[in-house]
Design a protein around this ligand. Structure first.
Ligand SMILES: *Cc1c(COP(=O)(O)O)cnc(C)c1O
Length: 391
């Protein structure tokens, strides 16, 4: 099948399938740790890389390979390497491509564990990170050093949905001889394809929208064959491997990715508009709203505004907690990208490790609430939020 000829909805259902001798219709799950060789010569050829084929499930498994092929087709990447989690994928990107003494420029608005990884763990191994504004490309240029190797960004960001200009960042990175990595977790390839916008590397927490139903953890790194060779070598050697079971779950999750993202986005836009007109709400953060500071850029880069809506409630933490605690339907959890809507109070949970001053600088107010809009009826989600907002 020539993947180039098909639309993303078709690729999500049809690409990457490798059938066994039984010619099963649905993708099979291969639960085996190792594979048998016909003879000594074949074993030797496989280990030398002279003959393609399975060896050992730390780094080769047919179900994992099917997921990698499908996700690569969706992102328009030459190659995908799957991992046990999103964090393992980010670690492998750095371990596979960088060395001690090199420098990262990262958006200030990235996932909390990614900040911990860059600052506290990779920092101990002599990889330094400078944090800059997600919305000002010139800030990235100013942060460049002769040893800068990697730009790292999430767009839209969590929870304020700031949108970064991926094309502008890629131009600055390229000029400086650095790679641009985009954590595409919030959009998924159904809404945004960073490689087509100029990025060198795409990273996923497959735990979120790619599975989409809150079942398993997984991660992936995508890019050129050349870049992915280093990332794959790290996987093969260090072993943060995606299990065949999790790969199978995510592979089947991808089949419904486009229709899920459309539904999440439709409900999120309706919810955002409703919140914007609510007297108890100070401000709404959603890229699909014309009031969003990077609305035009978002609509160029993304198909829709996505499924995450944040809003600042009038009355600070007390009022925000009233909204959270008023919910009977929405789940109070920090997760996102699930069919079930979730509600989070960032300043006391996901962003509580920051000081109050850091939170103020990052724009994470005490009245801020984040909703990851699921697949329930949007009217029911509104009614759930209205209880606390109207109190
Ligand atoms: C959840 C998340 C991660 C980490 O992924 P895990 O699968 O939990 O390891 C990384 N980046 C973003 C934007 C996330 O939301």
């Amino acid at each position: 099948m020539s993947d180039l000829d098909y639309d993303i909805e078709t690729l999500a259902v049809r690409s990457g399938i490798v059938r066994s001798q039984f010619n099963e219709h649905s993708e099979a799950m291969f639960l085996t740790s190792s594979f048998v060789f016909k003879n000594a010569a074949q074993a030797a050829a496989r280990f030398k890389g002279e003959e393609p084929g399975m060896i050992y499930a730390r780094f080769t498994n047919p179900t994992v390979n099917m997921l990698e092929t499908r996700l690569a087709a969706l992102e328009g990447a030459e190659r995908c390497v799957a991992f046990s989690s999103g964090m393992a994928a980010i670690l492998a990107t750095v371990m596979g491509l960088m060395k001690t003494g090199e420098h990262v420029v990262a958006s200030r608005s990235i996932f909390g564990s990614t900040v911990q990884l860059f600052s506290n763990i990779l920092g101990r191994f002599g990889i330094e990170t400078t944090y800059v504004s997600p919305t000002d490309p010139e800030d990235w240029r100013r942060a460049l050093k002769p040893n800068t190797k990697l730009f790292f960004v999430e767009s839209p960001s969590n929870p304020l949905t700031e949108v970064s200009d991926i094309g502008a960042l890629s131009a600055i990175a390229r000029q400086a001889g650095a790679w641009l990595a985009v954590d595409n977790c919030f959009c998924s390839p159904a809404l945004q394809r960073p490689l087509a916008l100029g990025a060198d590397i795409v990273i996923h927490s497959a735990t979120k929208y790619l599975d989409g139903q809150g079942r398993v953890l997984g991660g992936a790194v995508l890019g050129s064959k050349e870049l992915m060779e280093g990332v794959y070598t790290f996987l093969r050697t260090a072993g943060p491997t995606l299990s065949a079971f999790n790969a199978w779950v995510i592979l089947k999750g991808l089949e419904t990715l486009s229709i899920r993202m459309e539904a999440h986005s439709r409900s999120a836009l309706e919810l955002a508009r409703w919140l914007e007109s609510h007297p108890g709400v100070e401000r709404v953060f959603y890229p699909g709203l014309s009031s969003h500071p990077q609305h035009e850029l978002a609509m160029e880069q993304q198909k829709t505004g996505g499924g995450i809506v944040a809003f600042e409630v009038k009355g600070g933490q007390e009022a925000a907690w009233r909204v959270v605690d008023g919910c009977k339907l929405l789940s109070i959890t920090a997760n996102l990208g699930d069919a079930k809507s979730t509600i989070t109070h960032p300043s006391s949970t996901t962003h509580s490790r920051m000081t109050a001053e850091q939170r103020g600088f990052a724009g994470i107010g005490d009245g801020l609430v984040r909703v990851a809009v699921g697949l329930e009826s949007v009217r029911d989600i509104q009614n759930d939020l209205a209880r606390g907002l109207n109190a």
